[in-house]
Design a protein around this ligand. Structure first.
Ligand code: ADP
Ligand code: ZN
Length: 623
């Protein structure tokens, strides 16, 4: 879709234009109006002409005498001299005394040199201010365009975004397809008496394609698309936001049927606080009120459909979500495995990929990423290919770019001492080993001890074979054990612990807390949720609502849960000490190993161990 913008010229352009016109006037017009030219003559000639009685009009002013000849054809000028009888002689010669220099039409020259430039300047000034106002989004505004919406108008165009550009998100698309159908064929709906929802709220984490979906609705329905972000409404002056809302809806009604898209609606649509004065919220509340008024003020049947996006739906004012306003809510979730693969493929259309690239594997590795991140992964991979001087993007490029997007760039010159490197290798193998030894844990995709710019000294990439919706308590506990595996390995091998586990500890704690206070999986508390998620899509901040005593009990249970899993991890590692040592050494040498290499080595050592065990039992029996 193309954005329409008035061509902009700098102010100075207009001023130069006016000056040029004036200069031209002076050069061309004035000589025509004035007497052709003034001839400078000496006093002798003047006296001769008096003698010849060849003087028409004469004007004596100060030290200059201006006069014409008898036929008024020529204008002459000469310096005045002391000549007491001059006036008398002129009179005798039949000269008339009067004004000569101001000859030509005085009115015309007044018009030309005073009124005209003034008119030009005033006219220009008005033209400019109108232009400015139009640029700021409205007409005939005394406030000079302030408070006008900056809603960008996208002209409908066939190369706009379509549903096919949005990969995955099938439920959302299905939901929105109805709106497209309505815009195509409103009669079908009005005949039955059905009315479309006025507003549809797209909720989901950032980067999942909400904006894209809104554009796709406009693209599919082939209607204009107005887009504005909630934060754009909030202005410095009270009342401006409200007037922007008014203006946006006025424009939209003119262009109906159309789509109005308000991104980040939470910026204006937050719950109105009861009397938390400070004046700071006045502007936002007025803006919100205006939005509500506008939404009530029109019928959905007139073809304006409002789409809004937010990633914190729980913070929206209930007035916004009640029936008749944004009464339909379309979840736009993070893509699942199939969705990720589809998104990767959509974006890979734009780049040249090697034929052997397996997007399924890439999608599996990129668990938990959003559409925007996947788009970024594809682009990073393409950049990497260019950097390496290749003409196609390989699988290796994509794998590396996942790590770049998830963990930051490789920190090429980070200096890890030899000992540190050994500890990091042991730590990472600890995670991977605990994960692999617990039957339910996901296989390991890749382990590396190359430091990343994000600060991670190494990491273990775990891949869920399929996205899981339901997790058992056992699986959650295994996850905690895996998280503690790094620290446990350090303890088992070095008998010392380091700061490297800070992030693991944080995650383990969060998970343990959720098990007890949110998922109701603790024996003590049964199905009582003490913890509620306030920010579902933005990292999921949790707030705890319980008595201080209960809180203490929760804390105690959390500690016990983590401690038990930590002990389990340590036990697993101690039992498999040989594998731990061997794999750590291997990782230390290679710095990066794949999941397959890891599993192969693990199986080898386990086999050796198994053989040894069988030997010893046989020996035992023979004895
Ligand atoms: P949101 O509005 O949800 O924050 P956007 O719609 O702005 O996300 O998406 C940002 C970018 O991410 C898009 O321009 C697109 O390149 C990519 N993207 C996100 N989701 C998808 C998807 N489902 N299919 C294809 N591309 C997507
Ligand atoms: Zn760790």
């Amino acid at each position: 879709m193309k954005e329409v913008k008035p061509p902009k010229r700098p102010l100075i352009f207009y001023y130069v234009l006016v000056l040029a016109v004036l200069a031209l006037l002076n050069l061309i017009v004035s000589p025509l109006l004035m007497r052709p030219r003034i001839d400078e003559v000496d006093y002798g000639t003047f006296m001769d002409m008096i003698e010849e009685e060849n003087i028409g009009v004469v004007e004596i002013s100060g030290d200059e005498i201006t006069f014409t000849d008898k036929d008024n054809a020529h204008l002459y000028q000469t310096g005045a001299m002391y000549d007491p009888t001059l006036a008398e002689r002129l009179h005798d010669a039949g000269a008339a005394f009067g004004s000569v220099s101001d000859e030509g039409s005085p009115i015309l020259s007044f018009l030309l040199f005073f009124v005209l430039p003034l008119a030009i300047f005033i006219g220009l000034g008005q033209y400019m201010s109108r232009k400015l106002m139009e640029q700021m989004g409205g007409k005939n505004s005394l406030s000079f365009g302030m408070g006008k919406s900056n809603a960008r108008v996208y002209v409908q165009s066939s190369n706009g975004i379509r549903f096919s550009d949005v990969a995955g998100e099938d439920e959302a698309k299905e939901n929105l397809a109805e709106i497209v159908d309505y815009l195509h064929n409103p009669k079908k709906y009005t005949d039955v008496g059905a009315s479309m929802p006025k507003g549809v709220l797209l909720v989901g984490p950032p980067g999942t394609g909400k904006t894209m979906l809104a554009k796709a609705v406009a693209g599919e329905a082939n209607v204009p698309f107005f887009s504005m972000s909630g934060s754009e409404f909030v202005e410095m002056f009270v009342g401006m936001g409200a007037s922007k809302v008014r203006d946006l809806f006025r424009q939209a009604k003119e262009k109906a049927p159309c789509i109005v898209f308000i991104d980040e609606i939470d910026a204006i649509g937050q719950k109105r606080s009861a009397g938390s004065g400070m004046g700071g919220n006045d502007e936002r509340e007025q803006t919100l009120n205006q939005l509500l008024t506008e939404m009530d003020g029109f019928e959905s049947n007139n073809g304006v459909i409002i789409l809004a996006a937010t990633n914190r739906p729980e913070s929206l004012d209930p007035a916004l979500t009640r029936p008749g306003r944004f009464d339909r809510r379309v979840p736009v979730e993070l893509p699942d495995l199939a969705g990720r693969e589809a998104i990767l493929q959509v974006h890979a259309r734009k780049i040249k990929t090697a034929p052997d690239v397996d997007f399924h594997t890439i999608a599996r590795m990129a668990a938990g990423t959003s559409g925007a991140e996947l788009a970024n992964i594809i682009n990073e991979a393409a950049l990497r290919a260019v950097r390496a001087g290749r003409s196609v993007v390989t699988e290796a490029d994509l794998e590396e770019s996942i790590e770049v997007v998830l963990a930051g760039y490789q920190k090429k010159n980070a200096i890890l001492s030899d000992q540190e490197k050994r500890v990091v290798a042991c730590h990472e193998i600890g995670h991977a080993l605990v994960a692999a030894l617990q039957t339910d844990s996901a296989p390991v995709q890749k382990i590396t001890i190359i430091p990343r710019t994000s600060g991670a000294l190494g990491y273990t990439m775990q891949v869920d074979t399929a996205d899981k919706n339901l997790l058992t308590r056992q699986e959650l506990e295994n996850k905690i054990a895996t998280l503690t595996g790094g620290r446990a390995a350090e303890e088992v091998v070095f008998g010392q612990i380091t700061t490297g586990a800070a992030n693991d500890i944080e995650q383990a704690t969060k998970l343990a807390r959720a098990i007890i206070a949110r998922y109701g999986m603790s024996d003590d508390f049964d199905m009582v949720a003490f913890e509620t998620v306030t920010n579902q899509y933005l990292g999921g901040d949790a707030s705890l609502a319980c008595s201080a005593e209960t809180q203490q009990r929760i804390d105690r249970e959390v500690v016990e849960l983590v401690r038990a899993q930590h002990a389990k991890a340590r036990r697993l590692l101690e039992e498999n000490r040989a594998a731990l040592d061997k794999l750590s050494d291997y990782l230390y040498e290679k710095e990066t190993i794949t999941g397959e290499e890891f599993m192969q080595l693990l199986r080898q050592t386990q086999q050796a161990k198994g053989d040894a065990a069988r030997c010893s039992t046989m020996r035992g029996r023979s004895r």
